[in-house]
Design a protein around this ligand. Sequence first.
Ligand code: RTP
Ligand code: MG
Length: 140
Amino acid sequence: MTTERTFSIVKPDAVERNLIGKIFAMIEDSGLRIAATKKIHMTKAQAEGFYAVHKDRPFFNDLTDYMCSGPCVVSVLEGENAISRYRELMGATNPENAAEGTIRKRFAKNIEANSVHGSDAPETAATEIAYFFNQLEIVG
Ligand code: RTP
Ligand code: MG
């Protein structure tokens, strides 16, 4: 198996409630490593670019408003099978369906303000990492 990278966002609802450290602790306790991280406040245009894959979905405008409503923490996570492991740690999109012990079960407010984002495939991970970080900022 090879080391993989994935992209994570601690979303505005979680940053606003001072949950960055608790979410990072869950990430590190799971064995994933934080290879890069920074706090940002996205513009509407940046949020629309990031979630362009959802541009035709009914929730797109609400989602992009929410993602630029306050600061986020964007990170690159690294480890064996990091993409699927982080998706498992996050839990289901809707916290009502999220399993016990997941970040969304513990912290998410609702299906939109669901505390974290994680890439869903190697191609999206590469695109999302490059959207926010340059290679010099990532230290594995
Ligand atoms: P993410 O991309 O943020 O990691 O979440 P995901 O894969 O679990 O969910 P996805 O289907 O990609 O949706 C992206 C984000 O859009 C918001 N959402 N709102 N109101 C709604 O029905 C609805 N559905 C999705 C959530 O913030 C979701 O994480
Ligand atoms: Mg997604």
